[in-house]
Design a protein around this ligand. Structure first.
Ligand code: FAD
Length: 487
């Protein structure tokens, strides 16, 4: 008699390496049914943005190819996960379902419901860790309360054991039992709304496990040594660009952590010092954990401010300004460069995300939720926890938001982070002939200089949509209405 199959439910863990649930299931020696479920029916479910759907399509295709190379395949099923898994378990006679644990409020709730429903029907449910380095239950203050300040969160993480060993991908896998049907990806139409963006997004990325590992290698070989310095400058490729790969779980944070740590010792043996770069990069990986833990402990954070004083903040509607910001037509070059980079590639440099977000919530007084919605739709790394927590941090209403009423000056910040203007020139080519001294504030250049650079403000490039000084004063006034707001 053949053993009963085990269902491996893939979610945001689209990889074969370092996959606890998959390794454990393969170790049982039973037939396996690897499944990915697309729920576009349950009311109130999180709807992924257009860029995320584009990525998901590519990533599922890549996972299916990797499974096929090992003798298996990915089963694609559509509908509410609980119903799909219950049906699949019944049809295949599966004895168990294995999956990687999720941390978002809906995922936690779903897993509980699944466990109750399926265990009651005799199907064993096993959850595994794998998307985070540290479990939310383990990172707590001495009083056992969860942290809401990053510095304390980081300190607690560093007291825990270093992430363990990486699991190998199974070299081969059992065939999916006969008769198990699958949708086709084309049927899900995930990429339909990305067509108007053209081919640029696919030129910028290689979704899937192989692409993720290539990014990791690029970080270690080319960027780690100078990461601590270069990460601040959007005009150079100084960061890893691993964020979408990590979001979709195409590579585990544990594999990234271990590879970077190993690279430090290997380089030291050859007389190269990667320590500063590695320290700074690993701190970024711990930063990645922080929003996930916050959302786990404070589930309302994805859509409501952590600081409840902000519930009645006097945000403006500002539809025309919001549109100009989305389309990179604010007349503030560093912001327009960032918003165009985002639209074209699905990604934006972190420091520019901060400047663009601050401009929206402070200078334009448009709610952080409106900005987060646009990012959710356009970022390939759009993540409910990271997006909301970072937006709230900039808006000053977050769990760790020191900068309540601080208003970033985009001209000064632009000059600091893009001193030669290379970043602005690459995304705002209509300003390319302006000298670096004027590129972050073309409206302050003389008529003669503008004419020489073929810039006609209001025609070839917009005038600023707000007066920066007046908008700053307006923002400070609005933040005054929040206790402790002005600085
Ligand atoms: P690296 O500098 O190479 O960092 C390595 C990894 O650390 C990243 O891949 C990422 O997983 C993690 N990381 C670094 N900084 C942060 C941070 N501040 N918050 C969370 N994780 C971090 N990141 C997302 O992954 N998804 C989002 O939806 C998202 N929305 C953001 C919205 C705003 C308004 C801001 C200011 C930041 C947001 N970030 C988000 C964080 C950050 O900008 C990106 O993680 C980073 O730019 C990714 O580039 P990288 O992979 O080259 O980063």
């Amino acid at each position: 008699m053949t053993a009963q199959p085990i269902i491996v439910w893939f979610r945001r863990d689209l990889r074969l390496y370092d996959h606890g649930a998959l390794s454990a299931a393969v170790g049982m020696g039973a037939p396996l049914v690897p499944v990915y479920i697309h729920d576009d029916e349950t009311p109130g479910r999180p709807v992924p943005g257009a860029a995320s759907r584009w990525w998901l399509h590519e990533s599922l295709q890549s996972l299916d190819s990797d499974l096929r190379r090992r003798g298996s395949r990915l089963v694609l099923a559509r509908g509410p996960a609980l119903n799909v898994l219950a049906d699949l378990a019944r049809e295949t006679g599966a004895s168990a379902i294995y999956w990687s644990r999720g941390y978002e409020p809906r995922a936690v709730k779903l897993e509980g419901a699944l466990q109750r429903a399926l265990e009651g029907a005799g199907v064993r449910c096993r959850r595994f860790s794998g998307s985070l380095l540290f479990e939310p239950e383990d990172v707590r203050s001495d009083g056992r309360a969860p942290h809401h300040l990053f510095s304390r969160f980081q300190k607690s993480c560093m007291k825990l054991a270093a992430p363990g060993k990486v699991l190998k991908a199974p070299p081969s896998m059992p065939r999916v039992p006969e008769g198990v049907e699958s949708d086709t990806l084309e049927l899900w139409n995930l990429q339909s709304s990305e067509q108007d963006r053209g081919p640029s997004i696919s030129a910028a990325w290689t979704p899937g496990e192989t692409g993720a590992r290539a990014r990791l290698e690029g970080l270690i070989c080319d960027r780690l040594e100078d990461y601590a310095r270069a990460r601040a400058f959007p005009g150079v490729e100084g960061t890893s660009r691993l964020s979408p790969h990590l979001h979709f779980g195409e590579i585990s944070p544990r594999e990234v952590w271990n590879a970077v740590s190993l690279a430090v010792s290997a380089a030291a043996a050859k007389g190269r010092n990667l320590e500063a770069g590695a320290r700074s990069f690993l701190a970024a990986l711990v930063w990645r954990e922080f929003p996930q833990h916050l959302l786990f402990h404070w589930p309302h954070l994805a859509s409501s401010p952590f600081d409840t004083e902000f519930a009645d903040f006097p945000w403006r509607g500002g539809d025309a300004d919001l549109k100009a910001w989305q389309e990179g037509r604010t007349g503030i070059p560093i912001i327009d460069a960032g918003m165009r980079e985002l639209w074209t590639t699905g990604w934006m440099h972190h420091e520019v995300r901060v400047i663009a977000a601050s401009f929206l919530v402070k200078h334009l007084l448009i709610s952080w939720q409106s900005g987060a919605d646009w990012f959710r739709d356009t970022l390939v790394d759009a993540d409910p926890a990271s997006n909301a927590v970072n937006w709230q941090r900039v808006a000053g209403c977050g769990a760790d938001a020191a900068a309540h009423g601080r208003v970033i000056n985009p001209v000064l910040r632009g000059r600091k982070l893009d001193p030669g203007g290379a970043y602005v020139k690459s995304w705002v080519p209509e300003l390319a002939k302006l000298p670096a001294k004027h590129i972050h504030a073309p409206w302050r250049a003389s008529e003669k200089l503008l004419a020489g650079a073929r810039v006609r403000l209001g025609e070839t490039y917009p005038e600023p949509i707000v007066d920066l000084a007046a908008a700053r004063a307006r923002a400070l006034g609005a933040y005054e209405t929040i206790k402790g707001g002005s600085q």
